[in-house]
Design a protein around this ligand. Structure first.
Ligand code: PNS
Length: 170
């Protein structure tokens, strides 16, 4: 018989991403994942090669302010292999969100590669809430840049930062 996996409430899970910036879709996932596991680490990728819109400290600050005070959620950053970070943090689960079928192939490749690298680390996919299925950080940045309203797509802290960055702060 296979060894029993840990009780979910004892699991340490990592929800990785660029979060450039964090959206209401991400927040929905953070809230739902935080109810499933004992400890959730929202881990922001520090990628020197990618030119991000917001710096890592800015993204951290926005995620922290947006999530408020969930007792079992923390925000961290990582570079290098995700599975190394998960292991270093004592985690055994990676959380990712799936919006549309178009997300599937990329997520499938990442999950299998991560499993090949560390077979004991599982990836768990949560379906994005239907109200959030079309939201992406990239579209949010574009809509705001072109003068559209993003107030119901991102937390207010992000809207504030975006407006300041794009020069529409008031
Ligand atoms: O929000 P994103 O940009 O879709 O998140 C992608 C992320 C950060 C999860 C992915 O790029 C990642 O895990 N990068 C770390 C590098 C790594 O571990 N690569 C090998 C596994 S595919």
């Amino acid at each position: 018989m296979p060894e029993r996996t840990q009780d979910a409430q004892q699991l340490v899970a990592v929800y990785p991403g660029s979060f450039d910036p964090v959206t209401n879709g991400h927040l929905d996932l953070i809230e739902r994942a935080s109810r499933l596991v004992g400890h959730l680490i929202v881990s922001i990728l520090r990628n020197e090669r990618k030119q991000p819109f917001f710096s890592v400290p800015e993204r951290m600050e926005m995620v922290r302010e947006a999530i408020g005070s969930y007792p079992n959620v923390e925000v961290d950053t990582f570079e290098g292999l995700l599975v190394d970070h998960v292991s270093q943090r004592g985690g055994s689960l990676i959380i990712r969100g799936i919006r549309a079928i178009s997300d599937y192939e990329y997520e499938w490749q990442m999950a299998l590669m991560n499993r090949r690298l560390r077979p004991h680390i599982e990836t768990m996919f949560l379906m994005a809430g239907e109200a959030h299925s079309f939201i992406s950080s990239q579209l949010v940045r574009e809509v705001l840049r072109l003068g559209g309203d993003v107030s119901d797509l991102v937390p207010s802290v992000v809207e504030r930062h975006l407006k300041l960055r794009i020069g529409k702060g008031n």
